[in-house]
Design a protein around this ligand. Structure first.
Ligand code: PCA
Length: 322
């Protein structure tokens, strides 16, 4: 058999690659069985295959290597080379990170994708300034309200202890007269069991992951927004990759983004059905509650735009122009 020049080149690149094989740690905050984590695993497998084994990405699920709120910093510092994080939880560093959590701005998977695309250049710039390379992001299903009692009026929410996952959810709670505490999903079950909190806003996905029907009784499908998990790499670690491995990471990230969004849409209805099957009352929100949330949403949209200035305006303008 005669080898073509291209085949010889491919072979020697593969051999050279194998010689300098490297491993990246990828901390993620959510459980191994969650579709975000499964999607990240599929991404890691595809990168390994594409790079001929040159780059292996090892997923550490459920906050086992770094807890959710430590992941971003760990990747910035190079303690991990890549990671997945609910970026909106870092809005205290830069309010831009909460672009995906503005109440009632984008409430369907389709709208969420448009908003993601509109935010991409700004988000990549802001992350770049922190030594992070934006790779991909995947939506959670739309956010609904969980309670341990029926809630049919704004008065029913007053004083309720509320689990927040970022500053936005804490602010929603505050404006509704509830008492927020920020808790990672990995610590949610314990917080519910000990009575630290008795309500939250989240998707059916997290409700199912954490079998919250053991502690809460009512789910209202408010569809407030679709937050995203964002995957980013340490920029120096990216730069140190061979051109082949780098191209694999970028190409497979684009595929993971599309695949993850599809999966989320496919699973969303089933998660809510599972809540009901396990005994939760699943209902649309009562009209007065929805009206209150609408007011809260308007206040918060104004606040976000004031805080984010030109960067926020660029995102909203690009979103509305689509
Ligand atoms: N689940 C995540 C974030 C949004 C969601 O649906 C959580 O509750 O932590």
């Amino acid at each position: 058999m005669k080898l073509t020049a291209a085949a010889i080149l491919a072979l020697s690149t593969a051999l050279a690659g194998a010689a300098s094989a490297e491993t990246w740690d990828m901390p993620v905050a959510y459980p191994a069985s969650n579709y975000h984590t499964e999607n990240a695993q599929a991404f890691a497998d595809a990168v390994k295959e594409c790079s001929g084994g040159e780059l292996e990405i090892v997923i550490h699920a459920g906050g086992s290597l770094f807890k959710g709120d430590e992941i971003k910093r760990a990747v910035q510092l190079g303690e991990a080379q890549i990671g997945e994080r609910l970026l909106s939880a870092h809005a205290n560093e830069n309010a831009i990170f909460a672009y995906d959590s503005i109440p009632f701005l984008a409430t369907s998977f389709e709208a969420s994708e448009k908003l993601r695309a509109a935010a991409e250049p700004t988000l990549a710039k802001v992350l770049g300034e922190q030594n992070l390379t934006l790779l991909y992001s995947v939506p959670w299903p739309a956010q609904g309200l969980y309670f341990s009692k029926p809630v049919s009026s704004p008065a029913d929410m007053e004083g309720v202890k509320f689990r927040a996952y970022n500053a936005i959810t804490a602010r929603v709670a505050e404006l509704a007269g509830m008492v927020p505490t920020q808790i990672e999903a990995a610590d949610l079950k314990q917080a519910l069991a000990t009575g630290l909190v008795s309500s939250m806003i989240s998707s059916g996905s997290t409700g199912v992951d954490e079998s919250v029907w053991e502690d809460m009784t009512n789910f209202y499908d408010v569809k407030a927004w679709l937050p995203r998990n964002t995957v980013f790499a340490n920029a120096d670690a990216m730069d140190a990759l061979s051109d082949t491995a780098k191209a694999c990471v970028i190409d497979e990230a684009a595929k993971a983004q599309a695949r993850g969004a599809e999966k989320a849409a496919e699973l969303a209805g089933g998660f809510v059905a599972t809540l009901a099957e396990n005994g939760m009352d699943v209902n649309p929100p009562a009209e007065p509650v929805m009206a209150k949330l609408g007011e809260i949403g308007e206040t918060m949209t104004t606040e976000w735009q004031e805080t984010t200035g030109e960067d926020g305006k660029a995102i909203i303008d690009a979103y509305k122009a689509q």
